[in-house]
Ligand binder design. Structure first.
Ligand SMILES: [Zn+2]
Length: 401
């Protein structure tokens, strides 16, 4: 399907249209980037995107109860299976972050400009190109702009979609555009994760007068050191990272509370479960050791383990979707690489729905940092943008001429 599609006059015309409207793509990318979309506060960007999907002529454009935006580009067999293309609305940046875009030539810099505002803008560009050349498909194409992909959002948008949407049973394949992923990468396996906030609480006291009582900071520190000593498999890649520690109130007070965040990940559901058990044992043991080592006269150390993130592991078997992606990447002279990562596609994969995450096409860097940038030079961007478009059209059964 892919070679015939790429060689067709219709696909060539769609790519020409992308080239001709490239400046419009850039301006939409700038517009969307400059609408802040902090975690759990994606409404304003979601409303703007809904309006853009409506203007692009999609049908049934709607925002669901948690903020996901959807719209349908009807196929000839409308009402049957659907191919979903998605990008996430949220960024990692808190409210108040300056999201003004700086443009130097084809380099755009702003927090969130790449991850993943560019995915949203690319979908708009695809829709415009398909309409410009009158490209029809067999299946309906569902555009899904999801909330809560990043961090503590914990894929909440995609989870909600697959739990509640009336479209969920019709999704035959999901293509997530997210980046900056190298253009030759097909994320076809979802790294599972469990994320915790572990809070150690104790009596607290004066650093001098109460010296000798149990100290939650020591229990937390012991947990960090022991977690750092865990021996974990390289394949399937399995990791344990202590990432945030907070607590204490004053230089001359034994703290009453110290909290620690830990990120556990694995490409294997089995290894993740095993690591999860070892993690809990270490945390509880760190607490016991502290209670045994110092005075509990004023109170003991207790620990609370709160699950703050739970992303399912999963994978997409070799099939039409993965083959199309590999062929579309090979067609732009790159070698396809299949990899594993944690993205919105995890949710579909864990339910057995074929899903991949692909690059939005083009270069970028410093994702999740204030110096984030993305390069929109058409010379590299346009060929790489052909990959996602070709995969979408191949799966949706494009009517090529
Ligand atoms: Zn992303």
């Amino acid at each position: 399907m892919i070679p015939a599609l790429l060689a067709s006059a219709s696909f060539g015309a769609a790519m020409n249209s992308l080239a001709q409207t490239h400046e419009r793509f850039i301006s939409e990318l700038v517009t969307l980037t400059e609408i802040p979309s902090p975690p759990f506060k994606e409404e304003v960007r979601g409303q703007a995107y809904r309006d853009m999907l409506e203007a692009a002529g999609l049908k049934d454009v709607a925002i669901d109860s948690i903020g996901n935006v959807t719209g349908v580009r009807r196929g000839k067999a409308s009402g049957g299976r659907m191919i979903a293309v998605s990008a996430h609305l949220d960024t990692v940046f808190p409210e108040g972050t300056d999201v003004t875009v700086r443009r130097e030539g084809f380099r755009l810099s702003a927090p969130g400009v790449g991850d993943n505002t560019r995915g949203l803008a690319v979908i708009l560009a695809y829709l415009r190109a398909l309409d410009a050349v009158g490209m029809e498909t067999r299946d309906d194409i569902l555009v899904l702009a999801s909330v809560g992909e990043e961090g503590e959002g914990d894929l909440r948008g995609m989870r909600h979609f697959f739990a509640n949407s009336t479209y969920r049973d019709r999704i035959a394949a999901l293509v997530c555009l997210d980046g900056p992923t190298p253009a030759n990468t097909v994320v076809s396996a979802g790294t599972g994760s469990k994320r915790y906030r572990v809070t150690f609480r104790g009596p607290g006291g004066h650093s001098f007068a109460d010296h000798g009582i149990v100290n939650p900071m020591i229990a937390a520190a012991r947990a960090v050191v022991e977690l750092g000593r865990l021996s974990l498999p390289d394949d399937p890649k399995t990791t344990c990272s202590s990432t945030v520690i907070k607590g204490g109130s004053s230089v001359n007070a034994i703290p009453a509370e110290v909290s620690l965040m830990v990120d556990l990940r694995s490409n294997s559901a089995f290894e993740l479960a095993d690591l999860d058990a070892r993690f809990r044992e270490i945390v509880l043991q760190s607490c016991h050791v502290e209670n045994d080592s110092r005075s509990i006269e004023k109170g003991i150390i207790a620990v609370e383990i709160a699950l703050i993130g739970d992303r399912p592991a999963g994978g997409t078997a070799v099939g039409e979707l993965t083959r199309s992606a590999a062929a579309a990447i090979a067609a732009i002279g790159q070698t396809p690489v299949f990899s594993s990562f944690s993205t919105d596609a995890n949710v579909a994969m864990s339910l057995g729905v074929p899903a991949v995450t692909l690059s939005w096409g083009g270069k970028g860097g410093d994702a999740h940092s204030l110096t984030e940038w993305t390069d929109v030079d058409p010379a590299t961007t346009l060929p790489e943008m052909s990959v996602g478009l070709a995969v979408l059209l191949a799966c949706a059964g494009a009517d090529i001429k």
